[in-house]
Design a protein around this ligand. Structure first.
Ligand code: CA
Length: 246
């Protein structure tokens, strides 16, 4: 995107929501596919679990389901392959296999551009909150080292009853940060996550970091879409200035 007309985008968003202004005090970041380049690894881990269990799936299933809790994904797989609901025991067992598969892979990298985006938010005095559908500790435990000074506040699958695409994860994040929807921004890479942020009434930035085309994020309700994380990171100072310095 070439130098977006921020004032116009912000005004039109505020108008649609009935906000008199945007004044972000918190940046709410998704984790997988946003802070970490972890989605290909997750898709492989899910596929390996499915093959071992005789569950039919394709890698695209997991890019489309990205952002859902593990329990919701397993429910979808059980319904489709076996025409029945997943029991609590199914969820525990299958998610343990998937998590072990994920941990057995080479460590995933930090998403290029994400550290500078998070750093800039901190520099501008925004609180940063992690909002993930993941319950896996292997990446959550790395945050303090990879994103120093950020993400003291976290919302994971364990903290919500209804995960993405429902608004609850982002509503919880705003409670934690003690901000209102007009005082936050959301950064997401997947359609279900974008729907969750938009449903929570927040200015939602969609960033393409995988096979999902930009239009899918726009259709899900992203306020603005970037083609990559470095592109977002580069535009962020101007975006925040348009919000905070007006
Ligand atoms: Ca994601």
């Amino acid at each position: 995107m070439n130098s977006p007309h921020w004032k116009q985008i912000i005004d039109s968003f505020c108008h649609s929501k009935g906000y008199s202004r945007l004044e972000p005090r918190a940046a709410l970041f998704d984790m997988d596919g946003t802070l970490y380049d972890s989605m290909p690894g997750h898709a492989r881990a899910w596929m390996d679990m499915c093959r071992g269990e005789g569950i039919e799936a394709t890698p695209d299933d997991f890019f489309m389901a990205e952002g859902r809790t593990g329990a919701d994904t397993i429910e979808m797989l059980m319904q489709r392959s076996f025409g029945r609901s997943a029991t609590a025991a199914d969820v525990e067992r299958l998610y343990a296999i998937k998590s072990a598969n994920f941990r057995a892979q080479p460590p995933v990298g930090v998403m290029p551009g994400a550290q500078s985006a998070v750093g800039h938010c901190l520099q501008r005095g925004l609180a940063t909150v992690l909002v993930t559908g993941s319950g896996q500790t292997s990446l959550i435990d790395r945050l303090a080292a990879d994103y120093p000074g950020a993400f003291a506040m976290k919302v994971s699958s364990r903290d919500v009853r209804h995960g993405k695409p429902r608004p609850e994860p982002y509503l919880r994040a705003m409670q934690l940060a003690q901000v209102q929807p007009w005082q936050a921004i959301v950064v997401e890479n997947a359609p279900l996550g974008v729907r969750s942020g938009a449903a929570a009434g927040v200015f939602t930035v969609g960033v393409v970091t995988g096979p999902m085309p930009a239009q899918v994020l726009a259709d899900a309700g992203a306020t603005v879409v970037f083609g990559s994380m470095p592109e977002f990171s580069e535009a962020l100072p101007e975006m925040l200035s348009a919000m905070l310095d007006s």
